[in-house]
Every structure is written in structure tokens, then in C-alpha cells.
Design a protein around this ligand. Structure first.
Ligand SMILES: O=C(CO)[C@H](O)[C@H](O)COP(=O)(O)O
Length: 257
């Protein structure tokens, strides 16, 4: 793997029952990147929960003033539950830094698949308004090629009435299978925070120019957003079960159209 990767831990974060890899990565990101007076984007998923806990602790200990802009209903609720200051893009259209998780990270280009938790559209909007995007993850997410470990496909948010034609167009163009994500607890499809459906496109194993795939998908009427995060990530902090955190920087150019 070609990447700048070095250990920046270990950190003292051995809380019983916690996922130490995720926790150390998230704690390190908060300690390194959050400064007083900042507008901070709060990502979604399980890793960021540790980040919010750490932030709440720092706010108390250091009396920081930080406005938090959520990337999902889950993130909004976390901000409220931990008594942090809730912002939004109307009042804070420019964000200093967003910290978020990922489902898979291509080492070298730092291209990520996101949206396993279904929040990709708001995550991408908030990231696009941010000076910096910091991804926090455990080592299981690192790959040389997207799809090596994450087998659930690339999440694509779609307008419900366009779901079937979009499925067909994707499969005709690239092959594989674009599967409508179903809700775990309600009969029928999962509905996103934006009232849309999700397709998870399980793509055939081959070499892709991900930016051209992304642009092709985005141009299909009814596609709202894709879970491909290309040239957005500034750095990844990757934790391990011993509490070490490695920093990954971009070292390879993304294939261009
Ligand atoms: O993109 C996301 C949600 O849409 C999450 O950031 C991603 O699924 C990672 O989640 P976790 O931290 O639980 O592994």
C-alpha cells in the first residue's frame, strides 16, 4: 500500500465495552482538530458517537465554544443529547472541519464509500461546505481497491418514483446488481432522512475510474447523490484494538475522466 501512514497513538482510551479502534480514532480526531470558536460538522454512524462523547468532555473541561452542524437526524440527536450547540447550514454555511466515519477507504487516493448508515446525502453536503474533512475509522475499512472488503455495494440515494428505471440503467451500463435497501424494522423500503430510497449497487470486480462512475450516476434523473466520496477527504485517522492511531494522507491522484 502506498500511503503516508504513521502511528500517532497509543492513547489512553480503554473504556470497557467500547470498540477501542473506533474510539481512539474518533478521540484523536477531536483532540487534534477541534479548536475554540470552531464550526464543526458532525458525521453519522457508530464511530462518530465516540467523537461526540469526547467533544462533550472537552467542552466541559476547557469551556470551549463550538457550533456543531449535523449530517443526519442521528447526528442532530447526538448533538442535542450531549448538550452541544446545534447549528445548521442556514446560519453556518461555512464549516471549519467535519469529522465523519466511512465504510471503506481506498488507501492512496482516500476515496471513500459512505452511506452504510444511509446518511450519505447530508454527509456529502456538509463535507462540501467544510474546509477539511477528517475520516475516522477502524483498520478493517482500509483497502487497496474499493469493494475489497465492503460487499454491500455503493449506496445511491434516489427519488422513490425513479427507483426502478435507475436500477435498470445502472445494471445495463455497468452490470452488477442495484438492490433496493429494505427497512429492518418496518415493512418495505428504508426511507432516508430526506424522504428518499436507497439503492446499494454491488458492482462487478474490475478497475473503475470512480469519478466517471460518480458523474454517470449523478446524471441519471432521479439520482440524488452517491456514496462515493472522491477528492473530499483531507486525512484519515485509523485506530487499532491496541489504541494506536495511524494517520493516512492522500499520496495518489484519483483517476480523472
Ligand atoms: O457513512 C456513514 C453513514 O451514512 C457512516 O459514516 C459509515 O457507515 C460508517 O459508520 P460506522 O462508523 O458505524 O462504521
Amino acid at each position: 500500500m502506498s500511503a503516508i501512514s504513521f502511528t500517532v497513538g497509543p492513547k489512553n482510551c480503554s473504556t470497557a465495552g467500547a470498540d477501542v479502534s473506533k474510539m481512539c480514532a474518533a478521540h484523536h480526531a477531536i483532540d487534534k482538530h477541534v479548536k475554540d470558536g470552531m464550526i464543526l460538522g458532525i458525521g453519522s454512524g457508530s464511530t462518530i458517537v465516540y467523537g461526540v462523547q469526547r467533544l462533550a468532555q472537552r467542552m466541559k473541561d476547557e469551556n470551549l465554544s463550538v457550533v456543531c452542524v449535523p449530517t443526519s437526524y442521528q447526528a442532530r440527536q447526538l448533538i442535542i443529547d450531549y448538550k452541544l450547540t446545534l447549528g445548521n447550514l442556514d446560519t453556518n454555511p461555512k464549516i471549519d472541519c467535519t469529522i465523519d466515519g466511512a465504510d471503506e477507504i481506498e488507501v492512496g487516493t482516500l476515496t471513500c464509500i459512505k452511506g452504510g448508515g444511509g446518511c450519505l446525502t447530508q454527509e456529502k453536503i456538509v463535507a462540501s461546505c467544510s474546509e477539511k474533512l477528517i475520516i475516522v475509522a477502524d483498520g478493517a475499512k482500509e483497502v487497496n481497491r474499493l469493494g475489497q472488503k465492503w460487499k454491500k455495494g455503493i449506496p445511491i440515494e434516489v427519488i422513490p418514483m425513479a427507483c426502478k428505471p435507475i436500477q435498470q440503467k445502472i445494471e445495463e451500463k455497468y452490470g452488477g446488481e442495484a438492490v433496493l435497501r429494505m427497512s429492518a424494522d418496518k415493512a418495505g423500503p428504508l426511507v432516508t432522512d430526506n424522504g428518499n430510497f436507497l439503492l446499494d449497487w454491488c458492482f462487478p470486480e474490475t478497475k473503475y475510474c470512480w469519478s466517471s462512475v460518480h458523474y454517470y450516476l449523478k446524471l441519471i434523473p432521479g439520482v440524488v447523490e452517491t456514496g462515493l466520496f472522491i477528492d473530499m477527504t483531507d486525512e484519515c485517522l485509523v485506530g487499532d484494538p491496541q489504541g494506536n492511531v495511524r494517520l493516512l494522507k492522500k499520496t495518489e491522484q484519483t483517476l480523472e475522466l
